[in-house]
Ligand binder design. Structure first.
Ligand SMILES: [Zn+2]
Length: 418
């Protein structure tokens, strides 16, 4: 079967299996444990974890490819939030696809509205209502309101029943979507591990008609580079993608307001040649283009802080109070000693930064957007940790940090009110 006939799910699983074939290695955690760097998993092991999530019914879709061709995989739980079928086509455009833009691997430039799905029977937006949860955990009474103050508490929220009902229902009534991103900065592996733990937790929850759209590894090329450095014992600082672009300066947010300081910073870490110049960022922008996103969470490290927009402006966002309420709530629950909660620009000492994901998700999609700087970057006194950049961002005791972080963000991610 030609690859272009595959639905996004089949594409996602096939791309994951192919990447697994290439990247299966001895567990990274054993090597890191010996050096006091914590139980972090390698890229191949992280892909295996995504594969297991898909086994449990999570929908895995291929939304694009990194600079070096690694799959950019989205994990979706709950209701289908997209109006159409993904819109990403694998491989170079075959001649049989008229209307394809030259040199682009996309299925056309416009949002994929109301596209027919060749494998609709396996999709979430069709008639089988219970299938919206794909048997994840015990989905007793999937149409009943969630026990907490999640989506059903919102009176204008028809997404639960309607988005999952009837042919093409999802095309008209899009479910509210929570976006979760991690692995943008390749040294910040605690974010990836926390996202995976969060997805495992969410897979057992009733999402009340909400759609979860997560890209756990936004920068696979960067992660692979860090992993190779770790395995070779090289103490290197890695911040960008394979072209050296800081992906969290490449989103289309405040790009043309870049002042002198930003441009000087740009000499150190590149923001890219234009907004969404990098395939990793472009893939996310495209995959989210037709979604109704009201919550967004991006997991970074370190610094023990919960940050909200803006980053590119000194002026508070219009919904600053709501952001602050959620940020404080997450910050209090994130650790025994609460994290700090503030706008990104304040956290950055008033230095405005363009191209951040939280600004883009807020400005472009209107989402309440939080960036969590997981853990506090405590190094201790072991020389092996002091000289190793990986240790600056990732606590040795991951199991002490991640479960509490998962619990702290869970209500926000599920759509609870402030
Ligand atoms: Zn970061």
């Amino acid at each position: 079967m030609p690859k272009s006939d595959q639905g996004p799910e089949e594409q996602g699983r096939a791309a994951l299996k192919a990447a697994l074939f290439v990247h299966r290695r001895a567990p990274l955690s054993r090597l890191l444990a010996r050096r006091g760097l914590g139980p972090y998993r390698g890229y191949g092991e992280l892909l295996e974890a995504l594969d297991r999530l898909a086994d449990r019914g999570a929908q895995l879709s291929l939304i694009g490819r990194s600079v070096r061709g690694e799959p950019l995989l989205a994990v979706q739980l709950g209701a289908t939030g997209a109006a159409g079928a993904g819109g990403y086509r694998e491989g170079p455009a075959p001649a049989a696809l008229p209307g394809q833009q030259g040199g682009s691997s996309r299925g056309g430039g416009s949002p994929p509205r109301a596209a027919s799905r060749p494998h609709g029977g396996t999709q979430l937006n069709g008639a089988p209502v219970a299938g919206a949860h794909l048997g994840l955990g015990a989905q007793v009474g999937a149409d009943e309101p969630a026990p907490d103050d999640a989506a059903p508490a919102q009176p204008d929220e028809p997404a639960g029943p309607i988005a999952r009902r009837g042919p093409g229902g999802a095309g008209r009534e899009r479910a509210r979507t929570t976006v979760i991103l991690s692995g943008i900065h390749p040294l910040e592996w605690i974010g990836v591990e926390t996202t995976l733990a969060l997805l495992e937790r969410l897979a057992a929850e009733d999402l009340g008609g909400r759609s979860i759209f997560a890209v756990p590894i936004v920068n696979p090329d960067g992660l692979l580079r860090v992993e190779m450095n770790l395995r070779a014992g090289r103490h290197r600082y890695v911040r960008g993608n394979a072209r050296g672009v800081d992906l969290n300066r490449n989103f289309d947010a405040g790009w043309y307001e870049r002042g002198l300081v930003q441009r000087l910073i740009g000499l150190v870490s590149s923001p890219g040649s234009r907004p969404a110049s990098e395939p990793e960022v472009e893939a996310i922008a495209h995959a989210l283009s037709s979604r109704r996103i009201d919550r967004a969470l991006s997991l970074h490290s370190a610094g023990g802080a919960v940050l909200y927009p803006p980053a590119h402006s000194l002026w508070p966002v219009a919904d600053a109070a709501e952001h602050r309420a959620f940020a404080l709530r997450v910050a209090r629950a994130a650790d025994r000693r609460p994290y700090r909660a503030m706008s990104y620009v304040r956290f950055a000492w008033g230095i405005r930064k363009a191209g951040l994901e939280i600004d883009w998700l807020h400005d472009r999609h209107g989402a309440l957007s939080l960036l969590v700087e997981c853990s506090r970057g405590k190094l201790g006194l072991r020389p092996s940790r002091l000289v190793e950049p990986f240790a600056w961002y990732n606590p040795r005791k991951l199991d002490d940090a991640a479960p509490q972080l998962v619990e702290s963000v869970l209500p926000f991610v599920k759509g609870a009110r402030a």
